[in-house]
Design a protein around this ligand. Structure first.
Ligand code: APR
Length: 257
């Protein structure tokens, strides 16, 4: 890792230790090293599928079997087997150290909770649970037999995943919690987000407008870079978060000695 990036990592670690209220916004990029493909960019799902065809609520309601077959059954196998990677574990450690308060995640994979974070807002819902379109009963995705498509409830109704499809509102309680977190933090880490989907991509703008420092971790710049975010640590989240968390631990240990 070259010197410039090491200096950046040390700067981010110092900012994290000095901050009073840190919030993280994460996107699909943080789960790439857990084997879950992103939506955009190299190997992205939206290179294979048209999101309006397979991830819009109208497409789901018109042909639930097609959406289940195309998108969900592919995602289900990945999501059921995925494990947190060092980026998730780094954020969990920052919460354990009392530095990170809330993770706002656009991901539906549950990996932040699996890594140990307790204050997580699932901005786009979760794939862990399904809900019957007819009777509303909920079942855990892992418990559902998906050999029949679309999977059905005992009442005969079709199950839908409890994630937020395009064309749906973000659940008001999650939007409120995210806006409050973004407007009260003094540092926001934006990890693995392409920052092109609203209203999630507006959370860093709220943070910046409220006086917070916004720092990105991403191999690529995004529309936030250089305007809303003041720092971009360019690279893969797993390796970078591991180094940042280790440096935070060193700074804390030095302060205690
Ligand atoms: N580490 C960090 N970032 C990475 C890594 C990695 N190893 N690999 C890729 N990235 C970055 C990409 O550069 C990109 O900026 O992660 C981002 C992934 O972008 P998207 O796939 O668009 O994911 P996301 O920002 O979460 O998309 C937002 O769009 O389709 C909807 O509902 C879907 O929640 C999703 C939303």
């Amino acid at each position: 890792m070259e010197d410039r990036q090491l200096n950046l990592i040390n700067k981010v670690a110092e900012s994290l230790v000095a901050a009073k209220h840190v919030v993280a916004l994460t996107g699909a990029g943080i789960s790439v090293e857990s084997g879950i493909p992103p939506f955009r960019g190299k190997g992205g799902l939206w290179e294979k599928f048209d999101p309006m065809e397979v991830a819009h609520i109208n497409s789901f309601m018109k042909n639930p079997e097609k959406v289940w077959r195309l998108l969900i059954s592919e995602m289900k196998d990945l999501l059921v087997s995925a494990k947190p990677n060092p980026a998730h574990l780094g954020l969990a450690r920052l919460e354990e150290l009392g530095i990170l308060k809330t993770v706002i995640t656009q991901n539906i994979d549950g990996l932040h909770q699996m890594a140990g974070n307790r204050d997580v807002v699932e901005f786009h819902g979760s794939f862990a649970w399904l809900q019957c379109l007819d009777c509303g009963c909920r079942e855990q995705t892992v418990d559902i037999d998906t050999s029949q498509m679309p999977p059905k409830c005992s009442c005969g109704g079709i199950y839908r995943p409890e994630c937020v499809f395009f064309g749906e509102m973000i659940p008001p309680k999650d939007l409120d919690r995210s806006q409050i977190a973004a407007s009260t933090c003094d540092l926001m880490l934006v990890v693995g987000c392409s920052a092109v989907v609203q209203p999630a991509a507006f959370m860093p703008v709220i943070a910046k407008q409220s006086g917070a420092t916004v720092i990105e971790i991403n191999p690529e710049p995004t529309p936030l870079t250089g305007t809303t975010s003041t720092l971009l640590v360019q690279g893969k989240a797993g390796k970078i978060m591991k180094k940042i968390t280790a440096q935070v631990e060193r700074i804390i240990a030095d302060k205690q000695n």
